[in-house]
Design a protein around this ligand. Structure first.
Ligand SMILES: [Ca+2]
Length: 177
């Protein structure tokens, strides 16, 4: 099955973790246990549990598991990427890639003391070009639970002057020094 969006994600914005791409195991996600037991994405193996606000969070993810999201970036610029994560069993860690390149390098998830307490953790200074990208959220060390990701705009690229020919750049990202 091809990788297609389950929801149209546009950045800057928030991505609910359960809204990973269609395409199944190895395409939209990788999950180490075939069972799921959630009503939000039936037919997938991702373990999702409802949150009090109505969102769905991945729970107790294992190292090596990931979810992928096709996103649209109308305006290139510098972004901050954060993950809303819970971890009651240190050490947990995650990583975020854009088009296969580390945007958030392997980052420890702070021990929040309870799997019901979530905190935003991330990094600034991520340069995103305009266009379509695939964002991948990877669990590097178990066991973390994730509710969402968000990309916040720090600086948008200046709009080109009227009449200027704009060269289309290849997709991708780089870290701003
Ligand atoms: Ca599973």
């Amino acid at each position: 099955m091809p990788q297609t969006p389950f929801k149209n994600h546009s950045l800057p914005g928030r991505i609910e973790v359960g809204d990973f791409d269609e395409g199944g195991e190895g395409v939209g996600y990788h999950d180490l246990t075939p069972e799921t037991g959630n009503d939000y994405r039936p037919g997938t193996a991702i373990d999702l549990k409802p949150r009090p606000g109505g969102q769905w969070a991945t729970v107790d993810t294992q190292a090596g598991e990931w979810t992928a999201y096709t996103v649209r970036v109308p305006f290139g610029g510098v972004y901050r990427c954060e993950v809303l994560v819970s971890n009651d069993r240190s050490p947990g860690a995650f990583r975020v890639q854009v088009d296969g390149v580390d945007a958030v390098p392997i980052m420890p998830a702070p021990n929040t003391g309870s799997r019901d307490v979530y905190v935003w953790v991330g990094v600034p200074g991520i340069r995103l070009r305009s266009g379509a990208h695939v964002v991948k959220l990877l669990t590097e060390r178990e066991s973390i639970s994730v509710e969402a990701m968000r990309f916040l705009a720090e600086v948008f690229d200046p709009a080109p002057p009227a009449g200027e020919v704009v060269t289309t750049l290849s997709s991708g990202l780089y870290r701003v020094p």
